[in-house]
Design a binder for this molecule. Structure first.
Ligand code: 4AD
Ligand code: MG
Length: 462
């Protein structure tokens, strides 16, 4: 019987010598000398690759000399202590089998490529060191998120992707339709949505929050973790049109509880990455962002500062910093303000609370001052806004009024308002942008480089 394949991550933990080790992966580099061919093999299971040394034991070396970078190979051999520097062990091949040849124009040759270039070959970049590391860390974080909530007794809810209501009321939704967009049916000149699939206008969701609220008001503590979509025409390093959001929602909770949960959540995720993603993070710390590990450790061990929006604005104004956008009470905090606050003025994550009602969504609970809402944004160095959340408006009449004030169609939100007529309760929640978290943890500076196949304006290839 054939020995089964062992992943390279495991091979690298074996104490040599060990005969009959079988690995499969892709050749990152191939170098040959007179007597041997060296193949650096990776399979994505860990950051490091495995050095394969093929000599006389494989028989004819000639075909091996022509193995191209990027080819998929199967290698069987003996794992031995490596006499050379740079690796603890190496695989002395007895058999090398070509599984899938890479044509010689394979774009990932030895030299380092720019992230921009790698975006243009998003289907091949999972083969690189950097992207292997990014997506292992992304996976680790996703798994830790489920663990965090499971440990706290939260119920995982799958909120819908297709919806009729605009959660943020910002009109940035992608329409979902089966009508012929070139010639939709019309009544009195207007499109007749009654003939569309759902007999009403429908869209891809921008957030699962409204549905999560309905579940929290029945199951107490819930969360969603799914894709969300925003047709924002912003070409920044922090925005994509399709991203994943984690949205916990807690019944019988207020804004303080919400901030506590957000802080514990971020800290646990960073600790998990530092612990279980150590070798990938060591790479990021060395090659992408020098201060990364120290920064993450600092965040885990220090408290987040909590600050009312009013104070944040005051401190930004007094800082004397020249901003592109002026800052004053009532203004939206721009990325430049958020970053200055968390990086320069505070030096650690900041939770800004109690924003003016005019710049926040309709569902946030009105504070007694009549001016602000029980909102909270978690701002972190280098990223700015990582989390947005709030205590929700649980008073039926106040909510009905804010929906009307926002110019939203009351009929669309009828079911949502009903949750406030039948056993309403104080509740709160937030949304964490998963890609921004991955940026924060890896030090990668462009959200396109932590998203498997990023969707941005005018870009939906792959
Ligand atoms: O602040 P936002 O818009 O909040 C909500 O959607 C609430 N309904 C969440 C809730 O309370 N349940 O978005 C939440 C987070 C932001 O803080 C940001 O991290 C991320 O989602 N985000 C984006 N990430 C990538 N690309 C975009 N276009 C994003 N827009 C928001
Ligand atoms: Mg927000």
């Amino acid at each position: 019987m054939q020995t089964p394949r062992t992943r390279i991550a495991q091979v690298l933990t074996i104490d040599p010598p060990r005969a009959d080790v079988r690995v499969k992966g892709w050749a990152r580099t191939v170098r040959d000398s007179k007597q041997v061919v060296f193949i650096e093999l990776h399979d994505g299971s860990c950051f490091d690759s495995l050095q394969v040394v093929a000599g006389a034991e494989v028989g004819d070396l000639e075909p091996l000399r022509h193995i191209t970078t990027g080819s998929a190979l199967e290698v069987v051999g003996e794992l031995v202590a490596s006499p050379a520097k740079g690796q603890r062990v190496e695989l002395r091949a007895t058999q090398v089998t070509m599984l899938g040849k890479a044509d010689p124009d394979y774009p990932l040759q030895k030299k380092r490529h720019s992230f921009e270039f790698l975006r243009s070959i998003a289907h091949l970049r999972p083969r690189t060191n950097t992207f292997g590391a990014v997506f292992r860390v992304r996976s680790l974080l996703a798994q830790e998120i489920h663990r965090f909530f499971a440990d706290r007794g939260f119920v995982y809810v799958h909120t819908p992707i297709i919806t009729a209501s605009d959660c943020e009321g910002a009109g940035e939704m992608f329409r979902v339709t089966t009508l012929d967009v070139g010639a939709p049916p019309r009544v009195d000149g207007a499109v007749d949505w009654d003939q569309d699939f759902f007999a009403k206008p429908s869209f891809l969701t921008v957030s699962g929050q409204l549905n999560a609220e309905a579940f929290a008001l029945g199951l107490s503590d819930v969360y969603t973790f799914g894709p969300t979509f925003r047709a924002e025409n912003s070409n920044t390093s922090r925005h994509v049109a399709e991203f994943w959001m984690i949205e916990p929602e807690m019944a019988f909770a207020d804004l303080d509880d919400d901030c506590d949960l957000a802080e514990a959540f971020v800290k646990q995720l960073l600790s998990a990455a530092l612990e279980r993603g150590a070798s990938d993070l060591a790479f990021f710390n060395q090659r992408i962002d020098r201060g990364l590990i120290a920064r993450l450790e600092h965040v885990v061990s220090s408290g987040f500062e909590r600050m009312p929006y009013r104070e944040a604005v005051d401190r930004l104004r007094k800082s004397g910093q020249a901003f592109e956008f002026p800052v004053h009470f009532g203004a939206n905090l721009q990325a430049e303000h958020e970053r200055h606050l968390t990086e320069k003025l505070v030096g650690r994550p900041v939770i800004v609370v109690d924003y003016p009602k005019g710049i926040k969504a309709f569902y946030m609970r009105r504070n007694d001052d009549g001016e602000t809402v029980a909102a909270m944004d978690v701002l972190v160095p280098k990223i700015g806004e990582l989390i947005g959340g709030s205590q929700r408006e649980e008073r039926h009449d106040v909510l009905a009024a804010t929906i009307a004030e926002a110019g939203l169609d009351a009929e669309v939100y009828r079911w949502y308002l009903e949750t406030r007529r039948f056993g309403t309760a104080p509740h709160a929640g937030f949304g964490l942008g998963f890609e921004r978290l991955v940026m924060y943890v890896t030090g990668m500076e462009n959200i396109r480089d932590v998203t498997p196949f990023p969707r941005t304006p005018r870009n939906c290839e792959f």
